[in-house]
Design a protein around this ligand. Structure first.
Ligand SMILES: [Zn+2]
Length: 176
């Protein structure tokens, strides 16, 4: 293989070398954000659900929503970068329900200061509906409560009131 590299005059203008390229691509992924949150490794088919959980349609700071990027682990993935926003606990637990393997990076002054895995607690309170039409939570103003049951990569939930078990693809989040 013949590699030609254009020589640049000594103006201090340094050209990209192959070794820098990888580094730069990595930088571009997160460094565009000065302060805020990056949610990475979102399954491509769950991306717009996360967008809706975070009500990003109404968000008026810089925002990047990308989908169908190559991912070694997942095939394709989605990523969301949100300037000037840090997620509240109820938001992260909603995301954990539908995209439990997503990764959250907190960015301050262009640096990743924290990488956070989404952790589902033992209980999920008042973020989703019970699918059982006769459940008391669908008739009385009581917050829903579910036990989280994890089996390997799969999560399902059990209503504390009516004991109905709900699979991950049946989850209906509350709109708040
Ligand atoms: Zn129920």
């Amino acid at each position: 293989m013949i590699v030609t590299r254009r020589r640049t005059p000594d103006t201090g203008d340094r050209r990209l070398e192959t070794g820098d390229k990888k580094h730069m691509e990595k930088e571009l992924k997160v460094a565009a954000l000065r302060n805020g949150t990056v949610i990475d490794h979102i399954p491509a088919d769950k991306l717009f659900q996360v967008v809706s959980i975070l009500r990003l349609k109404y968000y008026d700071h810089p925002l990047t929503i990308g989908n169908n990027f190559d991912s070694k682990k997942m095939g394709v993935k989605g990523i969301i970068k949100i300037s000037d926003r840090f997620l509240a606990e109820d938001e992260t637990s909603k995301i954990a329900l539908i995209a439990p393997n997503a990764k959250i990076n907190i960015i301050k002054e262009y640096q990743v200061i924290e990488k956070r895995d989404l952790v589902l607690g033992d209980e999920i309170n008042d973020v989703m509906h019970c699918v059982n039409p006769v459940c008391i939570t669908n008739h009385q103003p009581v917050p829903t409560r579910f036990y989280v049951i994890q089996e390997g990569n799969k999560v399902h939930l059990k209503c504390r009131y009516c004991e109905r078990e709900i699979a991950q693809d049946e989850i209906k989040l509350k709109k708040k």
